[in-house]
Ligand binder design. Structure first.
Ligand code: PXP
Length: 253
């Protein structure tokens, strides 16, 4: 892949809906956040429609059609969600594991255990959307994702980001190595490579140094920062961090 290949920012607006739902009304509106993110330079919007609708609700996803920006709809591979994806035909669908009791998406999808049912879901959704599988940077899962017919894998950066935030240098280095090797392996299978979960300005800059990565999906940190600095500044700062990372590709360490 060419050095300094393009890198897109997908902004996850789930937690704008989390705050809205705390009062059950209409404010703050995740669609307004999506418009502001796109106006600031983000390349797309990500929403996770969970089975329990704890943040994004069906009408939020429906209202995204009023915005001319690509929507990446995250969902579990359940019959209900596959039906919604097939009906709404978003630009992209990202299949994620989902447990009712988890605070956020814990771990990656087990594509091997998903077997024929997961392959069928990928096939059905791929008729209208670019399908990605959210997986740990694990060789067996990457290979299974390619065999399942997905166009994209999104590598789970959560374990790495947590180690970085706890200044656990040993685990940080081990986890980053898994991401480097995972991105290379996925690209060698012809998969487009995305990354996300737990990224902040620093980790986004570092992960942007991997030339195989074409898209980052970031939510929680940026929505939190937007409370202090405003959405426009946060999106622009994140794009600048990603550009700094990209500029380090091929530069002396
Ligand atoms: N990518 C996927 C597949 C996710 O499930 C999430 C969390 O919803 C993210 C990216 C964004 O993670 P964060 O909110 O920690 O930035």
């Amino acid at each position: 892949m060419a050095e300094n290949s393009p890198l897109r920012l997908g902004v996850n607006v789930d937690h704008v809906a989390t705050i809205r739902n705390a009062r059950g009304g209409f404010h703050p509106d995740p669609i307004r956040a999506a418009r502001a993110a796109i106006a600031a330079g983000a390349h797309g919007i990500t929403m996770h429609l969970r089975e329990d609708r704890r943040h994004i609700i069906d009408s939020d996803v429906e209202r995204m059609k009023d915005i001319s920006a690509p929507l990446n709809l995250e969902m579990a591979a359940t019959d209900e969600m596959i039906g919604i994806g097939a009906r709404l035909k978003p630009h992209a669908v990202c299949l994620v594991p989902e447990k009712r009791t988890e605070r956020t998406t814990e771990g990656g999808l087990d594509v091997i255990a998903g077997g024929a049912a997961l392959q069928a879901a990928v096939k059905k959704l791929s008729a209208h959307s670019r399908v990605s599988l959210f997986i740990a940077p694990d060789a067996a899962q990457i290979e299974a994702s390619a065999k399942a017919g997905a166009a994209v894998v999104e590598l789970h950066t959560g374990t790495w980001c947590e180690a970085v935030s706890h200044t656990d240098e040993k685990t940080s280095l081990e986890e980053f190595k898994k991401l480097v090797e995972g991105a290379r392996l996925a690209a060698s299978f012809g998969l487009e490579v995305h990354a996300g979960h737990g990224l902040d300005f620093g980790t986004a800059e570092l992960i942007s140094t991997l030339p195989e990565i074409a898209e980052l999906n970031i939510g929680h940190y940026m929505m939190g920062e937007a409370m202090f600095a405003g959405m426009d500044a946060v999106i622009k700062n994140m794009l600048a961090a990603m550009a700094r990372g990209r500029a380090r590709i091929g530069a002396p360490a």
